[in-house]
Design a protein around this ligand. Structure first.
Ligand code: TMP
Length: 206
């Protein structure tokens, strides 16, 4: 059964769209849809997530970050994704390997290094479809401002997020069948409709 992943820079609307997507997959005829996330899709992963995202006082090197996100992913694949796919369920994951390529790539790590580490961590698991909710960095700034979470941005910086977005842009160019760009500035209902159509065409016939 398919693994569908969602990607995007901060505040791109993944959480909202995953809710719509789960509902829509059921309405299209899916038997069971497992929704999960990275980092932190398992108990072990939550510990890793806390370490890598919340312990700001730690000076974690970008290469260490690659290994930590990959460790989270290894646990996630073994404990959640693989068993669910084997049982014939749809799996929708908020982020997967592409996040490491984009975010750790933007932090200066080589794509080949990130891919090699992740290959060791997850072997042959690859998303069948990846939805990239693309928003300009200025929209991230606006949305985080509105949510009162602008501190989240300051720790990363606008220039860094622009680099992350550039990595996603490259992925959409390199793998147009798997990696689909959706304009994330549209109304949530409209985005949900487009994602539903993509899934309908890809997994349920036309
Ligand atoms: P989110 O909960 O808003 O998706 O945030 C998760 C953060 O973790 C986001 O800033 C991206 C970052 N991240 C990486 O840098 N590399 C990864 O491999 C993953 C899964 C997430």
């Amino acid at each position: 059964m398919p693994l569908i992943t969602l990607e995007g820079i901060d505040a791109s609307g993944k959480t909202t769209q995953i809710k719509y997507l789960q509902k829509n997959l059921y309405s299209l005829g899916a038997d069971k849809v497992i929704v999960t996330q990275e980092p932190g899709g398992t108990v072990v992963g939550k510990e890793i997530s806390h370490l890598v995202l919340k312990r700001k006082e730690l000076d974690i090197y970008p290469s260490t970050e690659v290994f930590l996100f990959a460790a989270d992913r290894a646990q996630h694949v073994m404990q959640v994704i693989k068993p669910a796919l084997t049982e014939g369920h749809f799996v929708v994951s908020d982020r997967f390997v592409d996040s490491s390529i984009a975010f750790q790539g933007a932090a200066g790590m080589q794509k080949e290094f990130i891919q090699a580490v992740n290959h060791l961590a997850i072997a042959d698991i690859k998303p069948h479809l990846t939805i990239w909710l693309d928003i300009p960095v200025e929209v991230t700034v606006e949305r985080l401002d509105k949510r009162g979470e602008s501190d989240r941005l300051e720790s990363k910086g606008v220039v860094y997020l622009q680099r992350v977005r550039d990595f996603y842009t490259q992925m959409a160019e390199n793998e147009p069948y798997r990696f689909k760009r959706i304009d994330g500035t549209q109304k949530p209902e409209e985005i949900a409709k487009q994602i539903r159509q993509l899934c309908k065409d890809r997994f349920f016939g036309r």
